[in-house]
Design a protein around this ligand. Structure first.
Ligand code: GUN
Ligand code: FE
Length: 481
């Protein structure tokens, strides 16, 4: 076994406002799946010389064919694996009614481990093939079912955080944990189990599958449960924490009534020491300035779930403001509040949500400086950032994933924009015509491909999915397996 060298079109995010389009990029991945080096532009006649400077002679170069480009994999910072069977239903409800009538009844079925195994096998397969290389999963309250989810994620080779929901009140009788002690014990058991499953073979990198502490939201957790989870978290500083916050107005009001001591919703989690730099807060639709200050101070991240926020009539999260404040933001599908497992759909709705903010507050757009995001449509660069580097920062994994750089993991998508992908004529390519010869002309074309992929693409265009250098999904992978 030796390194693999790829040569061809690469899109690489570089900041909240910029990305590189590299039509002739050379990129080497070592046997552990880590990026060894990148040379951004190599004209074809220079190829052998550049390889020679890397000490490589007669090396096999994998050429990325014309009509295909590579980009970093998508990071879904918030989804519920057991809700996938409910996708596309329940949109008549708002959050609390939807949980009661649609969501909890489905999640209760995951007490049956065989049901869980069947459902999760197809769910994880679909999520990988949609281009999600890192996923923050909520399981159910069931320890066995959630272990099964972790097993499947591990066996498919996805990078993920897998959590068992903590819920000991305001939940149906058949879908609730009987005590704080049992809820915490099962959480600990899951942490131990996932750690045995997936040890990192690379000393400098974290394992692919990791546990995550998952108090579902403040409403379903008593004070003493939140306190115990805060203590567990303090003993496990590297374990991530995920929960929901300020999604819906009735939810916020109910939360305030359950925790009268807290100054606001964020104050509940902060009181129990659950806000820290590896905490992922889903939704954050209706946040006060004081709450945003707390989130910023604690360096917690926000998972923006625009599809769900529209679908459950929750509202529009002003993520531009959060970005201006320097708060970390990534994207979440929030299935089945959101009706798509694909981050592409989250990208599309994040764009629409930002345009809604912009036209609701038109006066605020003109005076903004170039570095300001509030009340402005998100650009393609920012959308790309949120789906990749932003998600990596929210997961506290930005040193390892989110973009292509020396030392990072090769978590990558091969995007097929040729007519053969099955949604032809979207790409600014005339069928069969050769690509323009110069690198500059190809950059323009590649830019167009990225935007069209975001808004018109789907999983037919995701030809290959690599995680830690290993081919684990995509259209051509399915064809062979
Ligand atoms: N708040 C608590 N649980 C959930 C859930 O499953 N989905 C969403 N969207 N919000 C929640
Ligand atoms: Fe959610």
């Amino acid at each position: 076994m030796s390194s693999v060298v790829y040569y061809g079109a690469v899109v690489n995010p570089t900041s909240l406002t910029s990305y590189s389009t590299l039509p002739r990029c050379l990129l080497s991945v070592d046997t552990a799946g880590t990026i060894e080096w990148i040379v951004e532009t190599v004209e074809s006649h220079e190829l052998q010389d550049v390889l020679a400077t890397k000490g490589l002679v007669d090396v096999h170069v994998v050429e990325i064919p014309d009509g295909m480009f590579i980009m970093p994999g998508f990071i879904d910072t918030h989804t519920h694996a057991p809700q996938v069977p409910n996708i596309g239903t329940g949109g008549q409800y708002e959050l609390l009614g939807w949980l009661e009538h649609i969501t909890f009844p489905m999640e209760a079925k995951f007490a049956d481990s065989e049901f869980a195994r069947k459902a999760y096998t197809s769910v994880v397969r679909r999520i990988i093939d949609s281009g999600t290389t890192t996923c923050c999963y909520y399981g159910t309250v069931h320890l066995e079912g959630t272990k099964i989810l972790a097993d499947i994620v591990h066996s498919f080779g996805q990078r993920a955080f897998v959590g068992k929901c903590n819920m000991n009140r305001e939940s149906p009788p058949n879908y609730i944990e009987p005590s704080v002690a049992i809820s915490v014990q099962k959480t600990q058991d899951l942490i131990t189990y996932i750690r045995t499953l997936s040890k990192s073979s690379i000393p400098t990198q974290e394992p692919l599958v990791q546990p995550i502490i998952t108090p579902r939201f403040a409403i379903t957790c008593t004070d003493d449960l939140l306190e115990a989870l805060g203590e567990l978290a303090a003993a496990e500083p590297t374990v991530r924490i995920q929960t929901h916050i300020a999604e819906n107005r009735s939810e916020i009001e109910f939360t305030r009534s359950l925790f009268p001591f807290a100054p606001h919703y964020a104050g509940v989690y902060d009181h129990f020491k659950l806000l820290r730099k590896n905490t992922i807060l889903a939704h954050a639709v209706h946040m006060s300035n004081e709450e945003l200050d707390v989130v910023k101070t604690r360096q917690s991240g926000i998972s923006h779930c625009p599809t769900s926020n529209f679908n459950l009539n929750s509202g529009v999260a002003p993520v531009g403001e959060y970005l201006d404040r320097g708060i970390k933001v990534g994207l979440g599908t929030d299935v089945s509040g959101g009706f798509s497992i694909s981050i592409l759909n989250a990208i599309q709705n994040a764009s629409i949500a930002s345009k809604v903010c912009a036209f609701q507050h038109p006066g605020h757009t003109t005076a903004s400086s170039p570095s300001t995001f509030a009340n402005k449509p998100l650009t393609v660069a920012t959308l790309l950032y949120l789906a990749t580097m932003g998600g990596a920062a929210v997961c506290d994994l930005d040193n390892q994933i989110g973009s292509f750089a020396r030392g990072k993991s090769f978590d990558a998508l091969f995007i097929n924009v040729s007519n053969a992908a099955g949604n032809p004529s979207l790409w600014g390519l005339i069928n069969g015509a050769p690509l323009p010869p110069t690198t500059e002309e190809r950059k323009v074309l590649l830019d167009g491909w990225l935007e069209r992929f975001f808004f018109c693409g789907d999983d037919r265009n995701i030809d290959k999915v690599y995680i830690q250098g290993r081919l684990v999904g995509g259209r051509s992978f399915q064809a062979k397996n």
